[in-house]
Design a binder for this molecule. Structure first.
Ligand code: HEM
Length: 183
């Protein structure tokens, strides 16, 4: 079987890898909030959350690489590699792809600063890491705007599930830190 550079194969791959990247990004935000909120139970020790958060975040890099790769290689849309990093540098779905580029840049900043966290110092690293709260909604908007599958019920339901999950865990974090502050 061959993968044509202008057939629908790459287009399917872009959509599939985009969805997996978004699911992993949601899982990473969820695990990150649980880590910051020091969540732990008898069955779920804290090191599990910390380790999963790190590994899921690295896996995002793999799927984002594939998502960008299939986008750029697909000769039907003719999207240049630079538009993965520089917003508004393609004429294809310009605004929605600009959001993808912003999410990608933020993702790179989050991963790179986490890899050199010891050198940066905890305070600086933490400030930069707040960008995760921006990266995730920007990526959600990109997927909803650029995606072909957004009108299918299962993709829409999956996106709603992602939004509900992050909203729930962010509420938990906010309430638990407000309670800790009141003590
Ligand atoms: C963290 C960053 C990103 C995430 C989480 C993400 C996720 C997604 C999702 C969920 C979709 C919708 C798939 C569908 O429903 O059909 C999508 C579509 C798309 N993404 Fe991304 N994306 C990201 C960055 C990028 C970048 C940097 C590019 C390259 C310029 C890009 C190119 C595209 C294209 C061309 C589509 C439309 C595919 C179609 O025609 O259906 N994305 N992305």
């Amino acid at each position: 079987m061959s993968l044509s550079l202008n057939g629908p194969g790459l287009w399917y791959a872009t959509r599939a890898t985009g969805l997996v990247t978004l699911l992993l990004l949601t899982a990473s935000v969820l695990l990150g909030v649980l880590t910051a909120g020091r969540f732990a139970s008898d069955r779920w020790p804290r090191f599990l959350t910390v380790g999963l958060h790190r590994n899921v975040s690295l896996l995002i890099g793999v799927f984002l690489f594939l998502h960008i790769g299939t986008t750029v290689v697909d000769t039907y849309t003719n999207i240049p590699l630079i538009s993965a990093f520089i917003p508004f540098s393609t004429s294809y779905k310009t605004g929605w792809l600009a959001l993808g580029a912003v999410a990608c840049d933020l993702m790179i900043a989050l991963v790179v600063t986490s890899l050199v966290r010891n050198r940066l110092g905890h305070k600086t690293w933490r400030r930069i890491h707040w960008a995760a709260y921006l990266c995730w909604p920007v990526a959600v908007a990109h997927g909803l705007g650029a995606g072909t599958d957004r009108t299918t019920i299962w993709v829409f339901a999956l996106t709603v599930l992602c939004v509900a999950t992050v909203a729930a865990v962010a509420t938990w974090r906010f309430v638990s830190s407000a309670k800790a502050g009141a003590r």
